[in-house]
Design a protein around this ligand. Structure first.
Ligand code: PLP
Length: 380
């Protein structure tokens, strides 16, 4: 017997990730920190990291320290910043493994200094200023105390402040007035840090949307995430906007087909009724695999040569398609989303249908999907 087609798989195009990275790196013509947090936005942390580095990324960014340590354990030696740290974090492994860290507040800086004393290492430190997102970072009111404490720690050799940074609230709306306002607060924060003696830090503000749309936010380095995976940070409908190529395809093999008469209720609660005699196809993935339950009767899937809306509710492990009189057989592949080249829906199409963003879809798809890599960028 030949190998059956995989039950369900997320196919990741490493060459697309590398090409997207190279395109952005070339366009901005300055260092690029590739954000590979959240398991490389669902594309696989280590393969995504290797692919962005093959594409010319200068360094990597992750949120939690464990992600950075996984990269180190896999032999990734590029500079890596991790920035979201709970109180009580032990920074010693970060310092021993050359992982750069970030502080939002004096107490966080003190914990980093404690680890620097314990290990005898100098922490490579970024200081995060809240310029208007009201998420991470010190407010501009708390910023002077943070930069002064950091300057003292730097003078004592415990830290080296290598970055001053912030994050934007509305970069995906490039004409929004908060953009100019955040840039002005950032410039003010940089001036305060410089007058405290922190003169060697690299300045970075731009996420993907700002990298494609707001050159005035590029400073010394850009920090894109979603665009590296080929998804339009401005959430337009053209899958190849900005020259990007979507790297993820989500597909599954049909498990069962059946002919049913008109008026048959489909899936839990019978929220879908067949209108005529038709063929139903069972697809063996569901919300436990990251296919949102909200996709029921809503999201499109390519099956038997056309996009069809999912028929009825998405269950934990499966959903159903109504393909009419078109030919479909168990084992045929259906595509939930992909680059859009062969008639399949895109992640953006799903996001629009579900009133969410493609970020949420690609980072949550997983469960019992197998992951398969194609392309050679960064492969070892
Ligand atoms: C996630 C994140 C990024 C990358 O954002 P994208 O919109 O995916 O480009 C950059 N900086 C910070 C602080 C982030 O949290």
């Amino acid at each position: 017997m030949t190998n059956p087609a995989p039950r369900a798989e997320v196919v990741v195009d490493l060459d697309a990730i590398a090409a997207n990275t190279a395109l952005l790196r070339d366009r901005v013509d300055r260092p690029l920190m590739a954000v590979v947090k959240a398991d490389g936005y669902g594309h696989g942390l280590v393969p995504a990291a290797r692919a962005v580095l093959a594409g010319g990324a200068d360094c990597l960014g992750v949120t939690v320290l464990d992600e950075a340590l996984v990269l180190r354990a896999a032999g990734v030696t590029a500079p890596v910043l991790s920035w979201l740290h709970n109180p009580g974090t032990d920074y010693a492994p970060a310092l021993q493994q050359d992982v750069q860290v970030s502080a939002n507040a004096v107490w966080g800086l003190e914990e980093i200094v404690t680890a620097a004393r314990a290990t005898g290492r100098t922490a490579q430190l970024h200081l995060f200023v809240d310029t208007g997102l009201s998420r991470e970072g010190a407010t501009i009111a708390d910023w002077p105390a943070l930069v002064e404490a950091a300057a003292r720690a730097q003078a004592e050799g415990h830290v080296s402040v290598v970055g001053l940074w912030s994050h934007m609230a509305y970069a995906d709306a490039p004409t929004h007035p908060t953009i100019g306002a955040q840039v002005r607060v950032f410039d003010e924060a940089v001036a305060l840090a410089r007058s405290a003696g922190l003169t060697d830090a690299r300045l970075h503000l731009a996420n993907s949307a700002a990298t494609v749309a707001l050159p005035e936010t590029w400073y010394d380095m850009v920090r894109p995430g979603i665009a590296l995976y080929g998804l339009d940070p401005l959430c337009g409908s053209d899958p190849h906007a900005h020259g990007l190529r979507p790297a993820m395809t989500v597909q599954a093999g049909v498990m069962l087909t059946k002919r049913v008469p008109a008026g048959v209720g489909v899936s839990y609660g019978h929220t879908y009724l067949t209108r005529a005699e038709t063929t139903l196809a069972l697809v063996p993935v569901g919300y436990a695999d990251g296919v949102p339950r909200a996709a029921g009767n809503t999201a499109p899937v390519l099956a038997a040569g056309a996009q069809r809306r999912i028929a009825g509710r998405v269950c934990m492990d499966q959903f159903v398609l109504d393909v009419g009189d078109d030919a479909i057989a168990a084992g045929d592949q259906v595509v939930l989303w992909g680059p859009g080249d062969d008639g399949e829906p895109t992640a953006q199409q799903w996001a629009t249908a579900l009133d969410t963003i493609h970020y949420e879809l690609v980072t949550r798809v997983g469960g019992r999907f197998a992951r398969r890599y194609v392309g050679s960028a960064g492969a070892v």
